[in-house]
Design a protein around this ligand. Structure first.
Ligand SMILES: Cc1cc2nc3c(=O)[nH]c(=O)nc-3n(C[C@H](O)[C@H](O)[C@H](O)COP(=O)(O)O)c2cc1C
Length: 195
């Protein structure tokens, strides 16, 4: 049976986005035949050889000042030489993204868009969240999957005065798990299609 490797590469300054990243990886590893690997980054150093082995890379960063954190951007910029100029070695891998911030919007969309453009620069295939928006009717609630109503990737919201032990809430972690599982299933389809 075919196997697929899903890498989750993320930055987290204070631990909230790390919770989201763990949920993404848990969702991916639930899919039989998929091995999920978590890679925290905080600048230009990354396990480049291991990322090379991945069939899909899911990128995540907190939204800081309306975009991915500077530490995650430094990782992205490093790929200019380690990946792009080294032969475009991420071409045709799958990609997806997630972000977390304090406000419900907090301009998270700008971070997801930036990550999607980054993936496109590497010739990767973008996998969207694939969930309808939650909590957008009188029947909705804060417990809904995709309660923040994103399509491009998974969003989470962490109250500014709460630590990563309680934030982001379960609904956002389950949304992150959904993204991981969706990318894992798609990665298996790609791997089997190549065989
Ligand atoms: C430098 C900085 C900039 C921030 N900018 C935003 C922002 O633009 N929008 C927002 O909603 N929250 C913003 N926040 C709040 C963080 O996104 C939020 O605390 C998040 O949970 C941090 O994730 P982390 O614990 O993984 O670092 C900012 C926080 C910091 C430290």
């Amino acid at each position: 049976m075919s196997k697929a490797i899903v890498a989750v590469v993320y930055h987290s300054g204070y631990g909230h986005t790390a919770r989201q990243a763990e949920a993404v990886a848990n969702g991916a590893s639930r899919i039989e035949g998929v091995s999920a690997r978590l890679y925290p980054v905080s600048g230009a150093d990354a396990p480049w050889a291991e990322l090379e082995q991945a069939d899909a890379i899911i990128f995540g960063a907190p939204t800081y000042m309306g975009g991915p954190s500077a530490q995650f951007k430094a990782f992205q910029d490093a790929t200019s030489s380690t990946v792009f100029a080294a032969g475009g070695t991420w071409r045709n891998k799958l990609a997806a993204g997630f972000t977390n911030s304090a406000s419900r919007s907090g301009d998270k969309l700008a971070s997801l868009q930036q990550i999607a453009i980054f993936a496109a620069q590497h010739g990767m295939h973008w996998v969207s969240l694939g969930l309808p928006p939650g909590n957008n009717s009188s029947q909705g609630s804060e417990e809904d999957l995709n309660r923040l109503g994103f399509f491009l990737g998974a969003a989470a919201q962490s109250n500014a005065d709460q630590g990563p032990d309680v934030a982001p809430p379960l609904a956002d972690l389950r949304t992150a798990e959904h993204l991981g599982a969706r990318v894992a299933e798609t990665a298996l389809q790609f791997v089997r299609g190549r065989g």
